[in-house]
Design a protein around this ligand. Structure first.
Ligand SMILES: Nc1nc2c(ncn2[C@@H]2O[C@H](COP(=O)(O)OP(=O)(O)O)[C@@H](O)[C@H]2O)c(=O)[nH]1
Ligand SMILES: [Mg+2]
Length: 141
């Protein structure tokens, strides 16, 4: 299985997605540090929100085979600057989370991730399980 580094702002759904990918019980856990769960590297949102911590992500990318940029389907802004994927020398995929949300605006999230430079974009809900198998298939290929 490819090792994936999950990046995204606080509440993007990184920890819940980690639990869903591993078939673990879904429960809220505040992420205090970078944590490697058997090849899924979960990070605190502060790493994406803070410029100085952000540099650490470029370094953690070396430990991964692929970087996943998460954006919640109901987010009203994106933290990712145009072509930010060039910061990592790994393949960067986009992951739209919480696709089950009523307020979801998936086309908007998709545009933001395209602007960031993601070529492949997955749409997932950790709550309903939608899209989890497709993401797992990509990671196991
Ligand atoms: N509706 C819905 N809520 C989700 C989903 N994934 C995460 N959440 C909720 O969003 C909040 C933040 O999730 P969390 O995984 O802790 O985000 P993180 O800060 O990126 O690790 C929690 O209250 C989760 O229950 C999802 O797929 N659907
Ligand atoms: Mg977390």
């Amino acid at each position: 299985m490819k090792k994936i580094l999950l990046v995204g702002r606080t509440s993007a759904g990184k920890t819940t997605l980690t639990q869903a990918l591993q078939g673990r019980e879904i429960k809220y856990e505040k992420t205090q540090s970078v944590f490697n769960y058997d090849g899924i590297i979960d990070t605190p949102g502060e790493y994406a929100e803070n410029r100085i911590l952000g540099r650490a992500l470029a370094l953690y990318a070396y430990e991964a085979d692929v970087v996943g940029l998460l954006l919640a389907s109901d987010d009203v802004y994106s933290l990712y600057s145009p072509n930010i994927v060039s910061m990592a020398n790994r393949e960067v995929i986009g992951i739209i989370t919480k696709t089950d949300k009523e307020e979801a605006n998936i086309p908007q999230a998709e545009r933001w991730l395209e602007i960031a430079g993601c070529k492949k974009i997955f749409k997932v809900s950790a709550l309903t399980g939608e899209g989890i198998d497709e993401l797992l298939e990509f990671l196991t290929k």
